[in-house]
Design a protein around this ligand. Structure first.
Ligand code: UDP
Ligand code: MN
Length: 865
């Protein structure tokens, strides 16, 4: 009865509405679930269909995988994510990320508001709490900092470091969104490439034209040499690679290797006759094959390249991005000397000798998953490389990865006569699968004629598989050479060894656990070609150490450092990007490079004195070369159109011959001593005061480096700060001005070598003192010092290496305004405070007293605490 009451009148209406809404909601949810699963299935289906279609197409027509347009679907998401990184100025709200996560090894605590240094391998923040740091330092605690990281922390891993820094924004991992082959950008259409119009030997009239109707990737007719209209997708340009470097060494082709391989592909009139590689239509993948026996008689005809240079691309040059169709492409000067060379669109090669297994683990850069029954193995093997070595092994050495370049990049034009490069991989105990993938990615995605060689510098690895097995494996690639160092030299000297062997015009250094993306090389070389003093770095995409997915990173990131010389990434402020009308494909000037991956003109590298060979093993060399480049007339840029994925590891998987931390600190001290001028005190002041003690560290001989700097007439570090990295806070002293005593209300003065008090007067130079980063209170070359015994205070010649000249100020929580010295009369360590005598205007030491106003001091200006 009661219930029925509720269903009367308006209650009935209400009940009806309620029931109806519940039913509606249930339907709705069901529909939503349905549609989600539908979308999922559709997406999956679409992917499968597309892949199948593609594979079929390749199989029948010889489509090259290279032209797949694996635009990262998350690029858009990326842009949306960008909201969060609004920043008004370079130094306030920049998004910074430091590299190398892991455990903080030092005893020094991270400073909360200090966005600076992360730990290196140990990986937690290096930001050092000033108070604790100073206290520790007073206790002669020399341990605790592990600066040093060359490559950036993978943003995902940052959380682990517990820093408060904003993370470098990064698109979510691939696992969440499988890479889509965009329908509107099919491989055939992606490259509206030129066709090489090849004519028979007899006509001697070979022209390169831009195909009106290019069926890129589909080799319609392989009767190369005789065909009028061969549509070649892979070779976009007449500079036919003589040797792709991909080929297996066959007994008969050694002749091809030598002279022809090394010669510039566009050679003189007679030499222009180069053997064309056959485009093999094997299972949908084009392979350059030098083995002529597979080529039918007609095919084996040689291609003649006209040397008349009827350039069509000048128009293109004036109007970049718009290549006039149907016009012949200007060829190279036969002598190899640049002669108003033509231009072509950046090549997006991705050659491989077998069809890509669509379902392969990690294919297309997707996240790989460890099967349940392999979890233990995967965990066990982690320490072989400090990344998921197990998964890496499952992933094909030539997997496809998403093309993470900004869209404009594929339209960019580069010169036909770019310099060649030697790619140098230094490695020590690198994991087999990643080393191979690194090499394959270079061979597969570099225009063969630009890739002079790949040098593998083995820095005395201990692993067996890196010996004969590696020799055998690499022997199939004529371009790959292995250089074995007899003794462990460390990354820096290993690179020098590689550079000494290099024959290319440009040196390209890469880490041995990378994957070069499509079109990675030409944009780098183009930049060097235009200005040999430009040292260029690709954007370093992230290969996840956990699931090996290839992840796109945020745009507009530049390499910076914070004190004490800790590398990090920082996003250009939005208003800066707007003001400069920067596009996401424009080069980005970098105060410092990450260090692992870059290209540099070989001659210029040597003009700059290469690396300081006194740097050991690992660390600090990126700072050294960066300062050297900028201060001695060069420039460092990140080229967003060049992308290389890198596995960021939490720890070095190799041994350091000496203590790791000490090694890196020593390297940094060398860099600071040679390049930082008076700013080296800032470096030492940020937790490295112990490095000033020659008993603790021997930085080695610096004469050659200092002479080099003089010889090159390099600019000052101040110039670098003012012109290259003005956003860095780098006050050369911590405080300066008058030194006011709160108790006496007078100021410290230095007259005739002795300290006293005077009525404060800003105009008097005798009252001006600095409080330096090495904690001295100084006037010109003289520093305030406790007298050996007793309570007296005197002036001594400043010497940053002398601990007894150091005063703590503004860093001790209990005695913030005091000037605290460490004295050890009769071997007893003691802290004493500087006191102003109320009577005789004298200055002396006394037992520290928190409440004494006569022990409180204030400098006129404070720049850092
Ligand atoms: N490397 C080397 N010798 C060494 C240390 C490192 O050849 O003593 C190589 C290493 O194998 C890698 C490159 O130098 O290819 C850079 O080292 P790592 O990847 O550890 O640097 P990160 O990326 O962590 O900064
Ligand atoms: Mn690395």
């Amino acid at each position: 009865m009661k219930i029925r009451k509720y269903f009367r009148g308006s209650g009935r209406v209400f009940a009806f509405v309620f029931v109806a809404s519940v039913v509606w909601l249930l339907f709705d949810m069901a529909a939503l679930r349905l549609s989600i699963s539908e979308v999922n299935t559709e997406l999956l289906k679409e992917l499968v269909v597309k892949e199948r279609e593609l594979t079929k197409r390749q199989a029948t027509k010889g489509t090259k995988v290279a032209d797949r347009d694996f635009k990262h679907p998350l690029q858009k998401v990326q842009a949306d994510l960008g909201e969060g990184k609004k920043s008004d100025s370079f130094d306030t709200k920049v998004v910074e990320v430091y590299r190398k996560p892991g455990k903080f090894r030092g005893k020094v605590e991270p400073k909360k508001d200090d966005a600076t240094p992360t730990g290196a391998k140990g990986g937690e923040r290096k930001g050092v709490n000033e108070n604790k740091r100073e206290e520790k330092s007073l206790k002669k605690n020399n341990s605790g900092k592990d600066t040093t990281v060359r490559t950036p922390i993978p943003p995902q891993q940052q959380a682990r470091t517990g820093t408060k820094e904003k993370e470098r924004r990064i698109a979510p991992s691939y696992s969440k969104a499988p890479p889509a082959v965009q329908e509107e950008k099919r491989p055939q259409e992606v490259l509206k490439e030129k066709t090489i119009k090849l004519q028979s030997k007899e006509t001697k009239d070979t022209k390169v034209v831009l195909a009106q109707d290019t069926k890129v990737g589909l080799v319609q007719d392989t009767k190369v040499g005789l065909v009028q209209d061969t549509k070649v997708g892979l070779v976009q340009d007449i500079k036919i690679p003589v040797d792709s470097g991909l080929l297996k060494k066959t007994s008969s082709n050694s002749t091809l290797k030598t002279a022809k391989q090394d010669a510039h592909p566009t050679i003189s009139a007679k030499k222009d006759v180069i053997p064309i590689r056959r485009l093999k239509e094997g299972k949908g993948v084009i392979v350059f094959n030098r083995d002529n026996k597979h080529i039918n008689k007609n095919d084996s005809a040689q291609v003649l390249i006209e040397d008349k240079h009827k350039s069509s691309l000048q128009a293109g040059a004036l109007n970049p991005g718009k290549l006039p169709a149907g016009e012949p492409v200007k060829l190279l000067n036969s002598s190899g000397v640049r002669r108003s060379a033509g231009l072509h669109k950046v090549m997006a090669l991705d050659v491989t000798d077998k069809p890509r297994e669509v379902r392969a683990v990690g294919q297309f850069g997707q996240a790989a998953v460890v099967p349940l029954d392999k979890q233990d193995e995967s965990r066990r093997r982690w320490s072989e490389g400090y990344f998921n070595v197990f998964l890496s092994e499952q992933i094909p050495v030539d997997r496809a990865i998403p093309d993470t370049r900004p869209p404009a990049c594929s339209e960019n034009l580069v010169h036909d006569d770019l310099p060649t490069t030697s790619v140098i991989f230094c490695f020590v105990d690198e994991v087999w699968s990643t080393l191979l993938r690194s090499v394959h990615s270079v061979l597969n995605r570099s225009p063969p004629h630009l890739l002079k060689e790949v040098l593998l510098v083995d820095d005395c690895s201990t692993k067996d598989y890196l010996k004969e097995k590696l020799d055998v494996y690499m022997s199939q690639f004529p371009k790959v050479r292995i250089i074995r160092l007899k003794e462990r030299q460390g990354l820096i000297r290993a690179r020098l060894a590689g550079a000494a062997e290099a024959k290319g015009d440009v040196l390209t250094f890469l880490d041995s656990h990378v994957e070069c993306n499509v079109g990675w090389l030409e944009p780098l070389l183009e930049r060097v070609y235009n200005d040999r003093r430009k040292v260029v770095c690709p954007v370093i995409d992230v290969i996840s150490d956990k699931d090996m997915s290839y992840v796109l990173v945020d745009s507009f990131q530049r390499g910076i450092f914070k004190w004490p010389l800790v590398f990090g990434w920082s996003t250009l402020p939005e208003d800066y990007v707007k003001k400069k009308h920067m596009k996401d494909s424009d080069p980005i000037r970098c105060p410092v490079m990450a260090g692992g991956l870059f290209s540099i003109d070989k001659k210029y590298f040597y003009e700059l004195g290469a690396y300081d060979p006194g740097l050991d093993v690992w660390g600090g060399e990126n700072m050294e070369i960066s300062f050297k480049i900028w201060m001695c007339g060069g420039e460092i840029e990140i080229i967003p159109c060049s992308r290389v994925g890198h596995i960021f590891r939490g720890e070095n998987p190799y041994q350091f011959p000496k203590d790791r931390q000490k090694t890196v600190e020593r390297n940094l001290a060398r860099v600071a001593e040679v390049w930082l001028d008076e700013y080296k005190e800032v470096f030492y002041g940020y937790g490295y005061l112990h490095l000033l003690d020659k008993n603790v560290i021997d930085v080695g001989n610096l004469t050659a480096q200092i002479q080099l700097r003089e010889k090159l007439k390099c600019k000052s570090f101040k110039w670098y700060l003012d012109n290259v990295y003005p956003e860095l806070e780098a006050p050369v002293v911590k405080a300066e001005g008058l030194v006011f005593n709160v108790g006496t209300r007078k100021c410290l003065a230095l007259n005739n070598g002795s300290l006293s008090f005077e009525i404060c007067d800003l105009s008097k130079q005798s009252q001006h003192f600095n409080y330096s980063w090495v904690r001295t209170v100084r006037q010109k070359a003289f520093c305030v010092a406790p007298q050996g015994t007793g309570t007296g205070v005197t002036m001594e010649s400043c010497d940053s290496t002398k601990p007894h000249l150091r005063w703590l100020h503004k860093s001790n929580k209990v005695l913030p305004e005091h000037l605290i010295a460490e004295v050890s009369p009769r071997g007893m360590f003691q802290r004493v405070c500087l006191e102003g005598g109320p009577k005789a205007d004298s200055v002396y030491l006394n037992a520290c007293d928190t409440s004494s106003l006569f022990q409180k001091w204030q400098f006129t200006h404070y720049y850092a605490r």
